[in-house]
Design a protein around this ligand. Structure first.
Ligand SMILES: Cc1cc2nc3c(=O)[nH]c(=O)nc-3n(C[C@H](O)[C@H](O)[C@H](O)COP(=O)(O)OP(=O)(O)OC[C@H]3O[C@@H](n4cnc5c(N)ncnc54)[C@H](O)[C@@H]3O)c2cc1C
Length: 389
């Protein structure tokens, strides 16, 4: 039997490694260019004992219990309904923009008719994308939609994505819908959790199997070669049964069809000699100059109250630039019509090779959340199992 190589130790790669090792009884080598496992979900304790999610705040949320059932095999989870506020015109308002936000922005008196109109137009709906407010025939709803769009969506989106909101795929803006009630949970999914001992511990358990060999600090591109004649990819010049790739697809093919656009983040930390500084664990700043969010990690771990210091992480979105240490991680694929066309060319290229499988946010160039990555990796495993016989 030939080798099985997996590139990337994020959720996509780690889940496939575990399933192949355990259920197919095959040896798997999983290769990671960073000095740690876990991809963007990696977390670590800082010198004050506060658990920091190094690549930005992550929460598990899903309507699919199978995802939770799978994760519970590798970590105890604790229920966590994340709450957010947005700082608009000098005041903190609730995010998701809910009926309370509306009252804060237009005043209680003006809210009475608007509330009635929203309840009628969107009866039975929990969350509604901003576009539906903007295209409403009801003048009050439409002008409230415009107010929200101008005060929050336009500025936040331009900073986050580096392009005007009109150019970004609609699905991206749909991720921040308006709540048609007073629900304060940022996400309205049935199951919302965090791993009790952090994500990294979960990944350690996931990869702890006798058939799995983990290699860190190893850029796979130095080992991968393409054998066009036999339509296979090789690793270290040898044939492999399967190469699962979870990194950036354009880089796998040496940017042959130009670079795909990604956004990166510079995260700056500020330390405080006090118990707590933010009114809520995450604050979004649509109107601030250069940054989008602040996170006080201590508020969503078990560490709250255990130490007298705290830390706040501020996110500054940047264009992905592999040679700039501040922006050399491709965090978010930028979904535009043009980028989807370029991606399709890479996908066609992959189709020429019999032994590559793509999985994950970067390889599939999709704005996947962790739950979707997990669901998707579990589905991909079923295909792989058949393939491996
Ligand atoms: C700031 C931020 C906040 C987020 N918050 C949430 C949230 O609250 N909830 C949620 O569900 N999702 C969230 N997500 C999304 C979540 O991070 C992703 O869905 C998930 O991490 C994707 O997993 P993955 O395995 O596909 O990719 P990744 O985690 O990116 O893993 C890919 C791995 O491949 C490695 N790699 C790439 N190229 C090579 C190479 N050439 N050689 C070796 N290794 C390589 C990378 O170093 C990386 O470790 C967030 C994402 C970001 C950026």
């Amino acid at each position: 039997m030939g080798k099985i190589i997996i590139i990337g130790t994020g959720f996509s790669g780690s889940i496939l490694a575990r399933k192949i090792a355990e259920e197919c009884g095959r040896k798997v080598k999983i290769v990671e260019k960073r000095p740690h496992i876990g991809g963007n979900a990696y977390d670590e304790y800082d010198e004050n004992g506060i658990l920091i999610q190094k690549y930005g705040p992550h929460f598990l949320n899903t309507n699919n219990y199978e995802v939770i059932k799978f994760l519970k095999k590798y970590s105890e989870l604790f229920r966590y309904d994340v709450k957010l506020l947005s700082f608009i015109d000098g005041n903190y308002v609730r995010l998701p923009f809910n009926f309370r936000t509306m009252q804060q922005l237009v005043g209680d008196e003006n809210s009475v008719e608007l509330l009635k109109a929203l309840r009628t137009e969107f009866a039975g709906r929990d969350r509604v994308p901003i576009f539906e407010l903007l295209s409403s025939k009801n003048e009050k709803i439409q002008s409230y939609g415009e107010l929200l769009f101008e005060k929050a969506y336009r500025t936040y989106t331009s900073k986050q994505w580096g392009i005007p909101p009109e150019e970004i795929d609609k699905s991206v803006l749909e991720r921040v819908p308006m709540a048609m009630n007073f629900d304060e949970r940022y996400l309205n999914k049935d199951f919302q959790y965090l791993p009790k001992n952090g994500f990294t511990k979960l990944f350690e358990n996931l990869l702890d199997h006798e058939n799995i060999e983990v290699k860190l600090n190893c850029d796979a591109f130095a080992h991968i070669s393409f054998d066009e004649e036999n339509a296979i990819v090789k690793y270290d010049g040898e044939n492999v049964d399967l190469l699962v790739f979870t990194g950036a697809i354009d880089e796998l093919f040496g940017l042959k069809f130009s670079r795909l656009p990604y956004r990166s983040l510079e995260i700056k930390y500020e330390y405080f000699n006090t118990e707590k500084v933010l009114p809520c664990e995450i604050i979004s700043y649509p109107q601030a100059d250069g940054y989008t969010r602040k996170t006080e990690y201590k508020q969503f771990t078990y560490e709250m109250g255990k130490c007298e210091k705290t830390v706040v992480a501020t996110e500054y979105p940047l264009e992905y630039a592999p040679d700039d240490p501040k922006a050399n991680i491709p965090y978010y694929p930028v979904l535009t019509e043009e980028s989807q066309m370029i991606y399709q060319k890479y996908l066609d290229e992959v189709g020429k090779y019999k032994n590559i499988v793509l999985c994950g946010r970067l390889a599939e160039f999709k704005y996947y959340n962790m739950d979707i990555c997990i669901e998707h990796a579990l589905e991909k495993f079923e295909e792989i199992k058949e393939r491996l016989g």
